[in-house]
Ligand binder design. Structure first.
Ligand code: GDP
Ligand code: GDP
Length: 449
C-alpha cells in the first residue's frame, strides 16, 4: 500500500491522471440531480422531490463529444445542515476547492434567494471558473427573464431545462471549454504479458523455467509485433505465450557466479521494472528470509502485480507445512492480497496453477471501477464508519475517483487530512468489496486546501 497523507502528488503519466472534475452546486430543489442526470445522458442519479434529501451517490463518469470528466453532485454533502445559507456557502466552498469547474445552479423561475447570494459571495471570491446555470427554463418566455441573473455577478447565465433537455448541449460545450485540455490515453503495449521470475539464488528459478518450457515444449522465438530483448524468452504455458524478462541469467546460471548480492539485486529490480507481473519464487523448505522479503518489497514498490510461488513443495512435510503457515502469518502480513501457489519444479506439482494466478493478478492490476459504483460503495462505508473525531472535528470523505490503473490508483477527496489508520481501513474494505487480489493499490488523500 502506498498511503500518501499530504496527498497532492497523484501518480502521473499516460492515462493515470485525475479526470477533470465538474462540481454541481446550488440550494435544494433547483434541479442539481436532474441536471446531473441530463449531463450523464441516462438516469443514474437519484432524484427526489424532497428538499435536501440525502443522495447515496455523488460522483459519476461523464463524456461529451469524446471528452471524459467526472461530475460531482454536491447535493448529498450537507444533509442535516442547520443554518442553510451558511451550509450552502460551505458546500460551494468545498466544491470550488475540489473542482476544475463549478456549475452553480439556480432556479430561473423565482428570483435569487439569500441562500443563492451566500453561495455567490463565496464563489466569486474563489476566482475559480463558475458557470451560472439558470435551470427550469422550459420555454422562451422564461428565458427572457434570465437576464436579471446577471446581477449575481457571475457573468452570463446559461439557460437550460434539465428536465426537458433544452439548452443542455450548449451547456456541455461551455463546460468543455472551461476544462483543462485532455490528456490522450496511452494504449497498453499489446502482445504477451511480461513476467519477471525472481527470487534469491537456489530457490529453483532456472528449474522452474525449464519445467515450464519443457512441459509445453514451447519456447517461442517470436510473436508478431513484439520485440523481445535477447536476454528475454517467450515461453508458452497455460494456454498463453508469456514474455519472461531477463531469463538469460537463469539459463546460463551466471547469476550466482558473477556477482555480489548487490548486483544480483540490481538485476532483480531491473527485471521487475521491465515486467507487468512478478513471480517471486521462495524455497518452501527453508524459512522465509530477509532477502525474500526484500524482493517482495521491490515488487510492491514498483507497483507490479504479484504472485508468490512456494517451490520445492516436494520437500515439505507436515511439520514444515505447519511452520510455514506460521511464517506466512508473520512475515507476509503486509501482502495478504498476494496470490500464493505451492509448486515443485522438480516434480511439476501445481505448475499449471501459475498461469491462472498470473491472469487473475494482471486482470486486477488493470481493473477500473466506474466512478458511480465506487462512490455508491464509499458513501455507504463512510456513513457506517465515519472518520474518528479528532479535537472535536472529523474530516469528511467527500468522494473518490480512480485516477489510474496498473496498479489501480484511487484519490479520496476530503475536507481534511485522514488518519493513516483510517486510510488503511478504506483500503482494506476497497480490496474486499472489489476483490483486488494479486495487485498493490495506491490511495492518495486530497484534502481541500
Ligand atoms: P436538487 O435538489 O437541486 O438536486 O433538485 P432536483 O434535481 O431533485 O429537482 C427538484 C425538482 O425540480 C424536481 O421535482 C424536478 O423534477 C424539478 N426540475 C428539475 N429541473 C427542472 C426543469 O428544468 N424544469 C422544471 N420545470 N422542473 C425541473
Ligand atoms: P536458481 O538459482 O533459483 O535458478 O535455482 P536452480 O533452479 O538452479 O535450483 C537450485 C537447486 O534446487 C538445484 O539443485 C535444483 O535441482 C533444486 N530444485 C529446484 N527446484 C526444486 C524442487 O521443486 N524440488 C527440489 N527438491 N529441488 C529443487
Amino acid at each position: 500500500m502506498n498511503v500518501d497523507e499530504g496527498g497532492v502528488d497523484v501518480p502521473s503519466g499516460g492515462a493515470e491522471l485525475i479526470l477533470p472534475i465538474v462540481a454541481v452546486v446550488g440550494r435544494p430543489n433547483v434541479g442539481k440531480s436532474t441536471l446531473v442526470n441530463r449531463i450523464l445522458g441516462r438516469r443514474q442519479a437519484v432524484v427526489e422531490d424532497v428538499a435536501g434529501v440525502t443522495r447515496d451517490r455523488v460522483a459519476y463518469d461523464a463524456e461529451w463529444t469524446g471528452r471524459r470528466f467526472t461530475v460531482v453532485d454536491t447535493g448529498g454533502w450537507l444533509p442535516d445542515a442547520k443554518e442553510r445559507a451558511k451550509a450552502i456557502a460551505t458546500q460551494a466552498e468545498i466544491a470550488t476547492q475540489t473542482a476544475d469547474v463549478v456549475l452553480f445552479v439556480v432556479d430561473a423561475t423565482i428570483p435569487p434567494t439569500s441562500d443563492d447570494e451566500a453561495a455567490v459571495r463565496m464563489l466569486r471570491r474563489s476566482g475559480r471558473p463558475v458557470v451560472l446555470v439558470a435551470n427550469k427554463v422550459d420555454n422562451a418566455r422564461i428565458e427572457n427573464e434570465t437576464a436579471s441573473l446577471w446581477s449575481l455577478g457571475l457573468g452570463e447565465p446559461f439557460p437550460v431545462s434539465a428536465l426537458h433537455g433544452r439548452g443542455s448541449g450548449d451547456l456541455l460545450d461551455k463546460i468543455l471549454e472551461s476544462l483543462p485540455p485532455p490528456i490522450p490515453a496511452e494504449p497498453r503495449e499489446t502482445g504477451p504479458r511480461r513476467i519477471a521470475l525472481v527470487g534469491r539464488p537456489n530457490v529453483g528459478k532456472s528449474s522452474l523455467l525449464n519445467k515450464l518450457a519443457k512441459e509445453e515444449r514451447a519456447v517461442v522465438d517470436s510473436v508478431a509485433g513484439t520485440t523481445v530483448d535477447p536476454v528475454d524468452s517467450l515461453v508458452g504455458f497455460g494456454g498463453d505465450t508469456w514474455h519472461l524478462v531477463d531469463t538469460a541469467g537463469l539459463r546460463k546460471r551466471v547469476a550466482h557466479a558473477s556477482g555480489t548480492e548487490y548486483y544480483a539485486s540490481l538485476r532483480t529490480n531491473a527485471a521487475i521494472e521491465a515486467a507487468e507481473v512478478a513471480i517471486v519464487l521462495l524455497d518452501a523448505s527453508e524459512p522465509i528470509s530477509e532477502q525474500d522479503q526484500r524482493i517482495i518489497t521491490m515488487v510492491i514498490e514498483s507497483g507490479r502485480a504479484l504472485v508468490i510461488a512456494f517451490n520445492k513443495w516436494d520437500l515439505v512435510d507436515d511439520d514444515r507445512r505447519y511452520q510455514l503457515g506460521k511464517e506466512i502469518e508473520r512475515e507476509l502480513r503486509r501482502v495478504p492480497w498476494a496470490l500464493r501457489v505451492n509448486v515443485s519444479a522438480l516434480t511439476g506439482r501445481a505448475v499449471d496453477k501459475l498461469a491462472p494466478a498470473l491472469r487473475t493478478a494482471l486482470n486486477n492490476w488493470e481493473r477500473r471501477i466506474p466512478t458511480g459504483q465506487l462512490n455508491q460503495w464509499l458513501t455507504a462505508l463512510v456513513q457506517a464508519t465515519p472518520h474518528p473525531v479528532r479535537g472535536g472535528r472529523a474530516p469528511r470523505v467527500l468522494f473518490a475517483t480512480q485516477a489510474g490503473v496498473s496498479p489501480p490508483k484511487f484519490v479520496l477527496f476530503t475536507t481534511g487530512a485522514l488518519d493513516p489508520g483510517y486510510v488503511r481501513f478504506v483500503e482494506r474494505k476497497l480490496r474486499e468489496e472489489f476483490e483486488f487480489i494479486g495487485t498493490p493499490i495506491h490511495i492518495t488523500v486530497k484534502p481541500r486546501k
